[in-house]
Design a protein around this ligand. Structure first.
Ligand code: PAZ
Length: 360
């Protein structure tokens, strides 16, 4: 495969068509953001799952990006727990908050149900949750119903990288209404290369001509316009996935230098559930929060690095890296498996609160 030209964000949106559902999606987001603003809630946009790149207009074949949506769906739950409203923008059929606990592959839903009353002789048969799983299911169900009642979760779906880019721009622009109270948590795995629709075959590519050569264009780097144009003072967190962990920190630093956002969270494919590294620009120490501003709806969680005694800070000239690690499940005594997203979100909520109050 060869790689071709790169699009600017501007030329991308001028030449690639918007998804048909965009106008309705945006109207719904607008209404959601207005409700959250009235309820005085901070709002986080969580992107989750991988984007596809179709090879044909009548799509039969496509390239996909790795991501089950675990990071995004799990993080969304912890943001909701911390009092945030969440716009959950995810790849269709990838994991979602709450239902992720009972996905068909890890915890088949039917295995948690039991038939009740069979053999009673009165002809009535009901369904109950299996007693052994009652407590876990009840906790998830209670949290889910609470979020439904509060109206604090809004979901949006994408499939292709084109859907993703159009949605990201539009949602960011709507959310910028909240200025510093908006957070952008970009955990989706987004394709770096794509086929512009002008170069796509209309129908299924035929196999009769031997090997297939495809020249792909570079997907525009949208973090720059996101920081400079689409959002106003929002707190932007991007993720960097690598398989060679020696690249994590240099690439995270390069992204911060290039785009000027707040935090890059680096993770290695194989260790991502156990450790991540927060990379940010070095700042002067913050003064303590004034008491009245400290008493807002955001809880002040402990730094995860402190909580686990596993944090380690290294400073360079202009960047700070903080590792966040959790203990592998085999070594924990608790029946509840610890999820690293709990600590990632606690750390970000703390940093976002400082960003809102201290204007930095
Ligand atoms: O969804 P998941 O839990 O399987 O994987 C999460 C992740 C590795 C895709 C995410 O943490 C991430 O790094 N997203 C950004 C990927 C990128 O560098 O484009």
């Amino acid at each position: 495969m060869h790689q071709s030209t790169s699009f600017s964000a501007e030329s991308y949106f001028a030449t690639q068509s918007a998804p048909p559902s965009l106008a309705q999606d945006i109207a719904d987001v607008q209404a959601f953001v207005a409700r959250q603003a009235a309820a005085n809630r901070n709002v986080v946009l969580v992107t989750s799952g991988g984007t596809t790149v179709p090879l044909e207009l009548n799509v039969v074949r496509f390239l996909d990006n790795f991501s089950a949506g675990t990071r995004g769906a799990t993080s969304a739950e912890y943001f909701l727990k911390a009092g945030y409203a969440v716009i959950f923008m995810h790849r269709q059929f990838s994991l979602q908050p709450f239902s992720r606990h009972y996905s068909h592959s890890t915890n088949p839903f039917l295995d948690f149900l039991a038939v009740e009353g069979e053999g009673d002789g009165d002809g009535t048969v009901g369904i109950t949750a299996d007693k052994r799983t009652d407590a876990d299911l009840l906790a998830v169900l209670t949290a889910y119903k609470g979020v439904q009642m509060a109206g604090s979760l809004h979901t949006l779906t994408f499939v292709t990288v084109n859907d993703y880019l159009w949605l990201l721009r539009a949602v960011s622009q709507e959310l910028s209404l909240l200025r510093r109270r908006a957070m952008y948590y970009l955990a989706a795995a987004v394709s770096d290369f794509f086929l512009p629709r002008q170069k796509m075959s209309e129908h299924k590519i035929q196999s009769g001509k031997g090997s297939l050569h495809i020249e792909m264009d570079q997907v525009p780097k949208v973090l720059k316009p996101m920081v400079e144009e689409w959002t106003r003072d929002g707190f932007i967190v991007s993720f960097k996935l690598e398989t060679d962990d020696r690249l994590l920190i240099p690439k995270a630093r390069a992204a911060l230098e290039r785009y000027g956002h707040q935090v890059v969270i680096g993770n290695d494919l194989h260790t991502r559930k156990m450790q991540v590294v927060f990379v940010e620009r070095k700042r002067k120490p913050l003064p303590p929060l004034p008491p009245e501003e400290n008493a807002g709806p955001l809880p002040p969680p402990k730094s995860p690095a402190d909580a686990h005694g596993a944090g380690e800070e290294t400073e360079s000239m202009t960047f700070v890296e903080s590792w966040l690690r959790i203990t592998p499940p085999a070594a924990t005594t608790s029946t509840q498996v610890k999820e690293i997203e709990e600590d990632i979100v606690a750390e970000l909520v703390r940093r976002h609160a400082a960003w809102i109050v201290h204007d930095r």
